[in-house]
Design a protein. Sequence first.
Length: 505
Amino acid sequence: MTTKQITPLGAVLVAIDIAKARNEVLIEFPDRQRRRKLSIHNTRDDHDRLIGLLAETGKTVVCGFEATGNYHRPIAWRLIQAGFDVRLVSSMAAARTREALNNSWDKNDPKDAQVILHMLRIGATQHYHDPLVAGINDGQELSKTHEAISRSKTEILHRIQTHYLPLYFPEVERFRQNSRSDWFFAFLEMFPTPASITVMDQTAFIKSAWEVVGRKVSKARLLADIYLTAKASIALPIPLDAPAITMFRMVLAETRSLIRQRDMIEKMADAMLAQSADYQQLRKIPGIGPISALSIIAEAGDIRRFGHHRQFLKFCGLDLSTHQSGTFRGRTKLSKYGNARLRRTLWLAAQVAIRQRENSFRDKFERYIARDRDNPDLRRKALTAITAKMARVVHAVVKSGSDYRPFFEGPVPGGRTPPCCREGAKRDPVDNAWVFHLDLHLVSRTVRASTNCRWTLCLLIQHQFSKREKVAPIGCNYDIERVRGIVLSNQCDRMQEFEGETASK
């Protein structure tokens, strides 16, 4: 992920080795041979002292550091507000450079500062994007808190499934529909054991549990089924006032609390980003919901800064890498050197997209596994390809500012490869489908051919309109409705006039 960042000539280079309590600073002045070493504590007075010293030079100041937890955030913010150029040094690049320079694995804070200074000098750094400056700090906090709450809820849910339910109500687990619903845990909190249900008759139980279950189809039948299940349960005979049941109810209450917190964060995220055009466009992509869109915006920042989708794939760690030396060539696989949380978000979004109906993600997945649907390795590779496609679509949708278009990928009626898919052909701005294009040479040859060939061209265009796909010749723009009129009226001779106009353009 380290890119070549040109270091200005005559700039003051500042290398900072970040730590929790104290930072080792190494300053190199362009007009001095000796460097200056400082130890800066993480206090406001020491930060002011460092900023004042750098401001007195009156020259361009370039500061570099290696990210260490979140301890670098305060001093990086102060340096940016002071007007200094702040660079980020990759941890892996710094480790490899330290071993190459010193021919040893020896590591200490002063040596790390020297390595960072060397990387600043050669320009092997990244531009530091501060979340506060980029305006994504709130989104990052919501995303990370949602992830922490989801992990805690999953851990408690597994504890309930593997410990409490097998002891106190084994048969009730089949009534749990999904992990997002609250009614199941509310029901268990009120009726934690079969004895708490069978102590009443069926009518009294249905009446007392009616409001707890919430809105359900055939609610009376569901509650009657639960009552009969409780009567035939093999649960341990634990009294309701036992401390074990109290602990069970405490865990259930914690689960419900985490569900409420998760729902609150999702509502806050949707309200906070409701006016964001990027958020609204991401929500239209299959598989991307409020939290996935929030995580993408929070982790990627401004996606428009990536000039090409391959840069975004590399940022996500979805780029392909191969180890090759001499005649040996290893397997090509994902580098996984990018943002892990962003890569996981796209992976989960791809899993949701292939389960939805009629979108290009599912169509590509089905074609990928068509030769062996039961091969788990092939399905894993297909899902990886869909994840990379999801990243390309996210980049294209945000960068182009256009909405997601759920067109299908497929061959032309004759079974040939569409012209847009051939080498050197122009693709659609949004990489979510093959959009059928008519090559200008194909149009010219067909128009100059016989009437039957021209009629074939009209049928070809009409077939594309019947599939509700966009038709556009490569290298020119024209009115779609006019071509539709040509097709529907079968006035093939007007194609000659159309050819002359496109040639003039």
